[in-house]
Ligand binder design. Structure first.
Ligand code: AMP
Ligand code: SF4
Length: 477
């Protein structure tokens, strides 16, 4: 399998609502608040009890939906999706929700995460006659359900959820049901809320705040929730569960105003900064954070050290995330366009520059240079996560291990590479403690795989690239 193929379903956001006459419009607002999870495509499917209609397109939520599109999406149940993909996967056929119409019914589905055994399942299904419409890994779930041998849709769904492996937060919509399901490790966040009599599910709680819904609880790992006109019914599709939510959701991805399993993301990031200050203090004049995701950690670091927090650089709001650029050259250019130093703040100063993570090293290298060009006397880099040494197979674009700077170089070598005066990463135990999840759980209920190589699910050697295989130290991996 090509690496690009494996990365078709990255960092997405899902939303669902049941029992509201403005289901599509509320989904549209919900998707707006999840826009940071994917900017390359968006879609909504809606049901009025008889028919499922959908509208989707490439681009931002605002670009995809005109008021007339939303007016046409009539119904009281809806699901929506925002999509992030890397090169190779950005075609309209892969934009979700995927909709499968048969003579008797319609199934639409949207997925956040990445299925690690999709290729094997696909090959098997194709050999049995299935024809796939997209190159998305998500489609295998629909085929597995359709091929199910039980009499009920729900039993076929539960069976299918036991065949797929990896990370999945699914929302599904039929003419008369909304369904939400989460993988046995709960790798991606998924929350349940209420808006009056309507039920709402969303990748992040910030979507509830925007539409005025109340958070009820998190969807549990291994749980499948079916919502229809009779109410909500919860069931487990497996009892073999082991919570391992993605650490990067706290560190980088989720919005600071979201709560993940009862922990506010801004508060977690601030604690990461406080912990970093304990582990790696330094004599300096100002602390600055890479906007936006590192500002909370920088505030924490400043508070704990007593060094003032300053706006040492600002972000140009109108440039997309640099990470999304498919080539290294474009990424380097992207960083330049994205951030500008505030000369008056950094000139002649010893600066502590906080970033939430180093992946390829592009951002840190550029920023250190930028701060020096603006007159900084010293630049000390502090990272509020441990070094990312292993690739992610669960839907986060942390690249192939050959591109991960920490898989090739030691911390001292990275420091030299990015041109900093000093560099320290947060420890893994410090990271877990600062986020503050349940210490009684394995790894505090977090996935730590990109830092430690200990994957919470089996990763087949086929999923890993040849040069990544020796980096797999997971269960049976
Ligand atoms: P790099 O420049 O490749 O070292 O990437 C690190 C920068 O990208 C940091 O500033 C992070 O905030 C951000 N980042 C980390 N992981 C990701 C990711 N998976 N997708 C997009 N951006 C990321
Ligand atoms: Fe998140 Fe890293 Fe685990 Fe991927 S490997 S799910 S990025 S913690």
């Amino acid at each position: 399998m090509f690496y690009e193929d494996r990365e078709l379903n990255e960092e997405c956001g899902v939303f669902g609502i049941w029992g509201h006459s403005h289901a599509a419009k509320l989904t549209y607002y919900g998707l707006h608040s999840l826009q940071h999870r994917g900017q390359e495509g968006a879609g909504i499917a809606v049901t009025d009890g008889k028919k499922v209609r959908d509208h989707k397109g490439l681009g931002l939520v605002n670009d995809v939906f005109a008021p007339k599109d939303l007016d046409e999406l009539v119904g009281y149940g809806a699901i929506g999706h925002v999509r992030y993909s890397t090169s190779g996967g950005n075609s309209l056929a892969n934009v979700q929700p995927l909709v499968f119409r048969s003579q008797t019914d319609t199934l639409s589905l949207a997925h956040n995460g990445n299925l690690t055994n999709a290729e094997e399942i696909k090959r098997d299904l194709e050999s049995k006659g299935s024809i796939f419409q997209s190159t998305s890994d998500t489609e295998v779930l629909a085929h597995l359900i359709k091929r199910g041998i039980s009499h009920t849709f729900k039993d076929n769904l539960k069976a299918a959820l036991n065949v797929v492996s990896g990370a999945f937060a699914f929302v599904l919509l039929t003419e008369n049901e909304l369904i939400a399901a989460l993988d046995p490790n709960g790798l991606r966040p998924l929350s349940l809320g209420r808006l009056g009599d309507a039920w709402v599910v969303a990748s992040e709680t910030c979507a509830f705040d925007l539409i005025g819904a109340t958070f009820i609880r998190n969807v549990k790992p291994g749980e499948v929730i079916v919502i229809n006109d009779e109410g909500l019914h919860s069931d487990m599709f497996t009892t073999e569960v082991e919570p391992a939510i993605c650490s990067m959701e706290y560190i980088y991805f989720s919005r600071p105003d979201s709560d993940i399993e009862g922990i506010n993301v801004h508060a977690a990031r601030k604690n990461l900064g406080i912990q970093l200050a304990k582990e790696a203090p330094v004599e300096a004049d100002v602390v600055t954070g890479v906007p936006d995701s590192s500002i909370s950690a920088a505030i924490g670091y400043a508070e704990a050290t007593g060094i003032p927090y300053e706006l040492g650089m600002i972000k140009n709001r109108y440039v997309g995330r640099t990470f999304i650029q498919p080539s290294q050259e474009l990424r380097e250019q992207g960083v330049k366009m994205k951030l500008s130093p505030v000369r008056g703040i950094v000139e002649g100063k010893r600066v502590v520059m906080i970033d939430d993570s180093i992946v390829r090293g592009t951002t840190s290298r550029r920023i250190v240079q930028m701060l020096r060009d603006a007159g900084a006397k010293e630049v000390h880099v502090r990272i509020s996560s441990p070094p990312i040494k292993h690739p992610c197979f669960y839907g986060i674009d942390t690249s192939s291990s050959s591109e991960l700077i920490a898989s090739k170089y030691s911390v001292d070598e990275i420091c030299e590479e990015i041109g900093a005066d000093s560099l320290v990463f947060l420890s893994t135990s410090g990271m877990q403690e600062a986020i503050g999840r349940n210490p009684a759980m394995k790894n505090c209920g977090q996935c730590m795989a990109c830092f430690t190589g200990e994957y919470p699910t089996h990763i087949s050697p086929e999923t890993a690239l040849p040069h990544e295989k020796d980096l797999l130290v997971s269960k049976g991996g």
